[in-house]
Design a binder for this molecule. Structure first.
Ligand SMILES: Nc1nc2c(ncn2[C@@H]2O[C@@H]3COP(=O)(O)O[C@H]3[C@H]2O)c(=O)[nH]1
Ligand SMILES: [Zn+2]
Length: 415
């Protein structure tokens, strides 16, 4: 158990922002300053940065058959690949789903499109180009695992993959609540209605408006209309304030789900992008845990900014209230599992691929939570013991209060 606590401690300590927890490190004085990383000028990628990546991307060769197969699985490890390689992997997805041939997409246009997409994801901890890739890769995996190609048409598949690619374009690292409370340009433009998701979708179509990066340029007018409607619908569905609305709709059609019914397929597409968007915990722990560190870093930056600007502080982002395990146990229990289980009701094979790993992640974070509680309790008792030794009246003679966990208190007092 000691080993387990040490390993959790090591992980916690490795997250700079978690030193606030006060369990293992000294608290710094005064309010936390928001990271300079968040300065608006450093948010966007620099010209040098994108040019360097573009050159690398264009020089890259195709990937091996082994990687092509691995790319279809939810165990894929994004951390092994740099941005230029990720663009190649995205290209492989379009090729292996036969989109290039079916929709007559010129390779240079696809490259241009992917490069513009890469360029318009910002340098922020979580909602960045690697997140775009993970969401798209999970969507790609889901398409193969559920054999969706035999159930829905290619326009719908192209809509789903491209929605995933574009779903967080130009995210600035501050969520809708912040946008609305801070009355940002986006909130004003979109009248507080899903400002971010509306923006992501608008940026996607800005990229697609340019002929050289319009992967849909050889589509018939009717096909383009369908795809545009579908992408807007999918991207807007990623606003988590609509979570229950969409999940309840899906639950209500599940008993009579029909792959020939457009309304049913529309809801399924929204569910699939939602599942992909929040699927990190369905991945192997070595892949998922660094993502949680990134997410918390972005959360803490937002709550720091909210405190600094006197705005309402988003509770689940507050570094004074949230820890890694507390953030995950609730999210997995109340958001992830109920959503993933419903999708697995339609596609039972997903139980093994995405539901089981999420259950394991829940066990892992529950253990971490317990270990932290025990550690905190021991620490409090140690502090009390030290204080009583140091007090002029000498050590107190009364019994120590029993620890909640039932552990022997003498163990910590005598240490
Ligand atoms: N606590 C927690 N929240 C998550 C996780 N993955 C996604 N989310 C939240 O789910 C949201 C999905 O939409 P956003 O990308 O706006 O922001 C995301 C996060 O707020 C996770 O692993 N843990
Ligand atoms: Zn996302």
């Amino acid at each position: 158990m000691k080993k387990q606590v040490d390993s959790f401690r090591e992980k916690l300590e490795s997250v700079e922002h978690l030193s606030w927890l006060g369990l293992f490190k000294e608290l710094s004085e005064g309010p936390h300053k928001p990271s300079p990383f968040y300065h608006k000028r450093t948010l966007r990628k620099t010209r040098e940065e994108v040019e360097h990546v573009r050159e690398k991307f264009l020089q890259m060769r195709q990937v091996s058959e082994e990687v092509r197969q691995y790319l279809k699985t939810p165990t894929f490890d994004n951390w092994q690949w740099e941005d230029a390689e990720i663009m190649v992997l995205l290209q492989v997805m379009y090729t292996d789903l036969d989109f290039i041939a079916t929709f007559n997409i010129e390779p240079e246009v696809l490259q241009h499109f992917l490069f513009e997409v890469y360029r318009r994801y910002n340098n922020i901890p979580f909602h960045n180009f690697k997140h775009c890739f993970c969401v798209t890769q999970m969507m790609y995996g889901l398409i193969w695992m559920t054999d969706l190609r035999s159930k829905i048409d290619s326009i719908e598949l192209l809509t789903m993959l491209t929605s995933a690619v574009c779903h967080d374009l130009d995210h600035t690292g501050y969520n809708n609540a912040y946008q609305i409370n801070a009355r940002t340009e986006l909130a004003l433009r979109y009248n507080d209605i899903s400002p971010l998701e509306n923006h992501h979708s608008a940026v996607a179509f800005e990229i697609l408006e340019k002929t050289e990066s319009n992967i849909f340029r050889n589509l018939a007018m009717e096909q383009y209309k369908r795809i545009r409607e579908g992408i807007i619908k999918c991207i807007l569905a990623t606003d988590m304030t609509r979570h229950n609305e969409i999940l309840n709709k899906f639950k209500s059609i599940l008993p009579v789900f029909d792959f020939n019914n457009k309304d049913h397929k529309d809801v399924l597409m929204m569910i699939l992008i939602k599942v992909s968007d929040i699927s990190n915990e369905a991945r192997p722990m070595e892949v998922a845990e660094p993502w949680l560190d990134c997410l918390l870093q972005e959360f803490y930056n937002q709550s720091d900014m909210e405190k600094l600007e006197g705005l309402p502080v988003t509770p689940f982002m507050d570094r004074d209230k949230v820890t890694k395990p507390s953030s995950q146990t609730g999210f997995i229990r109340f958001v992830l599992l109920p959503l993933f289980i419903e999708l697995a009701n339609l596609f039972p094979c997903l139980e093994q691929h995405i539901v089981d790993p999420v259950r394991k992640a829940l066990d892992y974070y529950m253990e971490m939570e317990k270990a932290l509680e025990r550690e905190k309790l021991n620490r409090t008792q140690n502090e009390k013991a030290t204080k009583s030794k140091e007090s002029p009246a000498g050590p107190q003679t009364g019994p120590d209060p029993q620890p909640a966990s039932g552990q022997a208190s003498s163990k910590t007092v005598t240490k």
